[in-house]
Design a protein around this ligand. Structure first.
Ligand SMILES: Cc1cc2nc3c(=O)[nH]c(=O)nc-3n(C[C@H](O)[C@H](O)[C@H](O)COP(=O)(O)OP(=O)(O)OC[C@H]3O[C@@H](n4cnc5c(N)ncnc54)[C@H](O)[C@@H]3O)c2cc1C
Length: 269
């Protein structure tokens, strides 16, 4: 779709080239959402792809993804075999409504910044204890765990002009065993609930997304029993935290969250 109100396109080559924040500016990554609907408030695009960040870097302490790493790159990256939790990458991508044609340009950072409840890159990053490096508009930077980055449906901690630079997935989490469950009203539909579990030397972590307005990560010293998991879900996630929209009613989402959590618990027990 043409963005009729855009009058300026900036193509920075380095951080120094980034224009000063002003109203009407949007960062352009893959553009799969930006160009999918009218953007009457956007008058200037700042293309992040011209910064030419390396998409994927393997470090001793984990994996660094540039915010502009495409979902296709993520799914096809050759990665160390001991990072067993990378088996979550493709199923998370497949749980998006977006098909593999969209993965070709859609970025991980764009998915996080959009903060849709069905943002499966959010699920993935929460499940693997990812931390974001944010370039702040005042020229500084800060790090935020992904589970604290999304604060509500379509809401994040990004201030005006802040941008996600990269995502760090720690090696300890990448060595974990994982399990993923999705449910939607139709087989290829937008997620009504998307849950991921991970078990490693530090214990068990359950990530709840898509059914709730923001991600929730529940941690236990070891895989809990069925009752303990169910009680924890009730204590940590209130009925008001469940979402009602075209992809599911809150009471249904709350119910299926419990069912999928128990399936994950049994698989990782
Ligand atoms: C058919 C279809 C199906 C889709 N299905 C899903 C789905 O199931 N779940 C889902 O979550 N999304 C879905 N999307 C939306 C979108 O494709 C994905 O969320 C995608 O990952 C967005 O990435 P992008 O690089 O294309 O973002 P863009 O469209 O370039 O940007 C999206 C938003 O994020 C901001 N942004 C981008 N990068 C950064 C950054 N590094 N720092 C700060 N802000 C940034 C942009 O300014 C913009 O506001 C779908 C889209 C289509 C067209």
């Amino acid at each position: 779709m043409d963005l009729s109100f855009v009058t300026e396109l900036s193509a920075p080559r380095s951080r120094d080239d980034l224009p000063a924040p002003e109203p009407g500016t949007a960062y352009l990554a893959g553009g799969t959402w930006l160009y999918s609907e009218p953007q009457p408030t956007v008058t200037r695009l700042v293309d992040l792809t011209t910064l030419d960040w390396p998409a994927i870097t393997v470090h001793d302490d984990g994996l660094e993804l540039a915010a502009t790493c495409t979902i296709e790159n993520l799914c096809n990256a050759p990665l160390p075999a001991e990072w067993t939790a990378t088996n979550l990458f493709r199923p998370c991508a497949e749980s998006l409504v977006a098909s593999w044609k969209i993965w070709h340009t859609a970025t991980v950072g764009g998915n996080l910044a959009l903060a849709l409840p069905a943002g499966a890159m959010i699920t993935l990053c929460c499940a693997l204890d990812a931390e974001l490096l944010i370039w702040t508009a005042d020229g500084g930077e800060r790090r935020v765990p992904v589970n604290r980055f999304v604060t509500g449906a379509g809401r994040t901690v990004l201030g005006d002009g802040d941008l996600i630079r990269s995502i760090h997935l720690p090696a300890a989490a990448l060595r974990g065993r994982t399990s993923l469950r999705k449910i939607a009203y139709s087989p290829l539909g937008r997620s009504g609930a998307l849950l991921a579990g991970r078990v490693d030397a530090d214990g068990f972590a359950l990530t709840v997304t898509a059914s709730t307005v923001r991600p929730f990560v529940l941690r236990f010293p070891a895989v809990p029993g069925s009752d303990a998991l169910s009680e924890s879900l009730s204590e940590r996630i209130s009925p008001d935290d469940y979402l009602t929209d075209a992809h599911g009613a809150a009471d249904w989402r709350r119910h299926v969250t419990g069912v999928l959590a128990e399936e994950i618990r049994r698989e990782l027990e």
